[in-house]
Write a protein that binds this ligand. Structure first.
Ligand code: ADP
Ligand code: MG
Length: 730
């Protein structure tokens, strides 16, 4: 029996895993947040004065006083010990795109047993993980390698359970000795502050003085694939590269749309419920679960939260999805394109701004005043996406996402904004200086006339748009499923902060100069919408005419990571980041270098595994079958003589032989080209171009030859689990 057949047998024996939890006796409401050192827990455990001082610090995002930190650290430790924690860790998000942790015990081994060790405010606030092997893009050399972690009090500490013990996790930022960001949290926090500062200026202009800050809110919808572990372990490409490098498209894919929103299989549902239970304990408000478009593809979505917390929580969601799958005999694939020929996975990053009183700034209001303000924020977002299209594109780049963006799959690599017909009409009317009723009527007075009502639920949907307005928020759909949402939100926040800054400066000046606010807003909106209407596109983003039209409009079409990354260090981008204190030139250059390295490494690893699988799995199987057919051919001829019709055997043998040669040739070339790229010298961009233009096409050639072989080689002899199995048997 070959491995595949064995795997299928093993999968047939699987039964949904039961947690043994009695949900009546142990209702979910009671476990929600039970592992979070939340404000509620702090309020209960901290002296009132400390708690109030802490809250004030958070609200004003001022540095935390060390005496406060000591008290908080103590309370945090007691709480964690009560919940069985034995260790604590500063948890951070280095540029690997993953999370990192180094655990320290709460106890010290002492001569007469274990002694409870100190956990001071200092230890809470600052750590020195000496994590010198993380990518820094040259921001530090290993001889001065100290990297520091600094507590982020805006994201709550939490406890992670393991069957053998629990650990206290403290969310932190990760910086170099000189304070340069080495992670994905630091610039996100900076961008959140930048947007708050600029948005407040607009709110003040409109006479809102009761707000102390504006925060960005984010709700990321996470897509993923599940595969049974028995198949997974027989696919070295999935194990090493996260995606299949070989495989014939299944006869039945997603065309029937029978999976999307379909009934969830019990085994998967039990997995989902297990994930949710673990996430609830961590206080992560997951809300929605469903089958996605591709077979074996699913989605989990939380309620939105403050951008920083949402980012941390999404990292945890990905981790819990992966870990829980193991317990259910499955593997969760977060790669953007695990299977070629069926839909890949992304992350819809729902984004908005909300003031300290809980008012959503992208909610069209009921009064003329509210609507004028809404339109100003809307104009800022349009301006931001138009002017920052390149930065937004860079915020979602990566080798995996290249297989979605710009590769005949939603959304395209061209950034545009979907507003829907009603809102677009409003924008057009403002540009043309018309009222809603069109030509007969006066000029539409913003701040005097009321917007046409925009009922949230009737906003038309456009699933192909990369940046869609969905009633009271924008949905950025280009984020990759495996990505941290941080870079995307850093880009959005920075660009919107920049647009708001320019808008606020203009309005402030005009109002100070004695102009009526409504009049100033009216002109501003007309100018801004006119200047940026080219970014609005309500049509079908898959349409082959769109790239042509987009080019006419001057919208960038950065089809892949290499094209996008090159533009990171353009003067305009550096200035925007520096102006708002989000990233310095050095930090941008470092990030660019790291992203190139990530790309280059990803393709190099794929190419190596592709070559090895070709040589050691596919060619041997194909040649074994080749021999079998040749033997049959000989014996038929021997039995029946020259008159025997062996045309079928000859045709099969010919196809096999052609593709075996083609595969062998391509593999040899792939090895050679990949080695050249690996040793291509200093310039990371040139090296990335080699991987993109030479290595990836050769991998495709190997794959094509192997696909032909898969279509011919006797099923029993084929060593790799097939698409029609991996995507349907689970
Ligand atoms: P959809 O129709 O796109 O599924 P939903 O209302 O279900 O829309 O929301 C999708 C995601 O958007 C959820 O995570 C939700 O919490 C989030 N979301 C809703 N409002 C906001 C907002 N104001 N800011 C950020 N995210 C939001
Ligand atoms: Mg959505």
């Amino acid at each position: 029996m070959n491995g595949r057949t064995y795997a299928i047998g093993a999968i047939a024996e699987q039964i949904p895993r039961c947690s043994g939890v009695d949900y009546i006796k142990e209702p979910i409401a009671e476990v929600y947040g039970c592992h979070v050192f939340s404000e509620k827990v702090m309020q209960e455990r901290l002296p009132r004065k400390t708690f109030e001082a802490y809250r004030k610090t958070i609200r004003e995002s001022s540095p935390l006083d060390l005496s406060l930190a000591d008290v908080i650290a103590n309370a945090m430790k007691d709480w964690a010990l009560e919940l069985g924690a034995t260790h604590y860790t500063h948890w951070f998000q280095p540029m690997t795109g993953l999370t990192a942790e180094k655990h320290d015990a709460f106890v010290d081994p002492a001569p007469n047993g274990l002694a409870l060790s100190e956990f001071s405010g200092k230890m809470l606030i600052k750590g020195e993980p000496d994590a010198s092997s993380f990518p820094s893009g040259g921001l530090r050399s290993t001889f001065e390698a100290r990297g520091y972690t600094a507590w982020d009090p805006t994201s709550p500490a939490f406890i992670m359970e393991n069957p053998n013990g629990s650990t206290l996790y403290i969310p932190t930022a990760f910086c170099s000795y000189t304070g340069e960001a080495l992670d994905r949290k630091t610039p996100l926090l900076r961008s959140i502050e930048a947007i708050s500062k600029q948005a407040l200026r607009i709110l003040r202009l409109f006479g809102t003085n009761d707000t102390s800050y504006v925060r960005t809110t984010v709700g990321p919808e996470q897509e993923y694939f599940l595969i049974d572990k028995n198949f997974y372990l027989r696919r070295p490409d999935l194990i090493n590269a996260g995606r299949t490098l070989y495989g014939t498209k299944p006869p039945k894919g997603q065309e029937l749309a029978d999976h999307y929103f379909g009934a969830i299989r019990p085994r998967v549902l039990s997995y989902m419920m297990d994930c949710e239970k673990r996430l609830y304990k961590l206080g992560i408000p997951v809300k929605t679960r469903h089958n996605e478009v591709s077979p074996a593809q699913f989605e989990i979505a939380p309620l939105f939260e403050a951008a920083n917390v949402a980012t941390d929580h999404n990292m945890l969601v990905m981790e819990v999805l992966r870990e829980t799958a193991e317990d259910h005999g499955m593997v969760c694939l977060l790669h953007e394109k695990p299977y070629s020929g069926v839909n890949g996975s992304g992350k819809h990053n729902n984004w908005s701004m909300c003031d300290s009183e809980g008012r959503n700034l992208l909610e069209p209001g009921d009064t003329p005043q509210e609507n004028a303000q809404f339109l100003v924020f809307l104009a800022a977002v349009l301006k931001a996406v138009h002017e920052g299209a390149v930065l937004l594109r860079i915020g979602v780049c990566g080798a995996g996402n290249d297989h979605r963006l710009g590769a005949h799959e939603a959304p395209p690599a061209i950034l545009s904004v979907f507003l829907g017909s009603q809102l677009t009409e409003v924008v057009e009317n403002i540009i043309a200086g018309r009222t809603k009723t069109g030509n007969h009527g006066g000029v539409m007075q913003i701040g005097v006339s009321v917007l046409p009502p925009l009922p949230r639920d009737t906003t038309d949907r456009n699933r192909t748009s990369p940046f869609a307005f969905t009633g009271n928020k924008f949905e950025f759909r280009a984020v990759g499923s495996s990505h941290s949402i941080s870079p995307a939100n850093i880009a959005i926040n920075t660009c919107v902060a920049d647009a708001l800054d320019e808008i606020a400066t203009r309005l402030e000046k005009e109002v100070e100069g004695g102009k009526d606010l409504n009049e100033a807003v009216q002109e501003l909106l007309q100018d801004t919408f006119k200047a940026h209407q080219d970014i609005i596109f309500n049509g079908d983003n898959y349409n082959k005419d769109w790239p042509i039209e987009a080019e006419k409009r001057g919208l960038p079409n950065l089809k892949n990571t290499v094209d996008a990354l090159e533009r990171f260090t353009e003067e305009k981008n550096v200035q925007t980041f520096e102006k708002h204190g989000i990233l310095s030139r050095r930090e941008i250059e470092a990030r660019q270098a790291i992203l190139y390295e990530n790309y280059n490494l990803a393709v190099s690893i794929e190419a190596q595994i592709c070559a090895e699988m070709g040589r050691t799995m596919i060619l041997p199987a194909a040649m074994a079958y080749q021999k079998k057919v040749a033997d049959i051919l000989m014996s038929v001829k021997a039995a029946l003589g020259d008159k025997a019709d062996v045309s079928a055997q000859i045709k099969i043998l010919d196809t096999l032989t052609r593709n075996v040669s083609e595969l062998k040739r391509s593999l040899t070339e792939l090895d050679k080209t990949r080695t050249e790229a690996d040793n291509a010298g200093e310039d990371l961009h040139d090296q990335a171009k080699l991987y993109r233009d030479s290595v990836l096409p050769l991998m495709k050639r190997c794959r094509d030859a192997a696909t032909e072989l898969e279509n011919y080689v006797e099923d029993e002899m084929w060593p790799l689990p097939k698409y029609r199995e991996m995507l349907f048997i689970y």
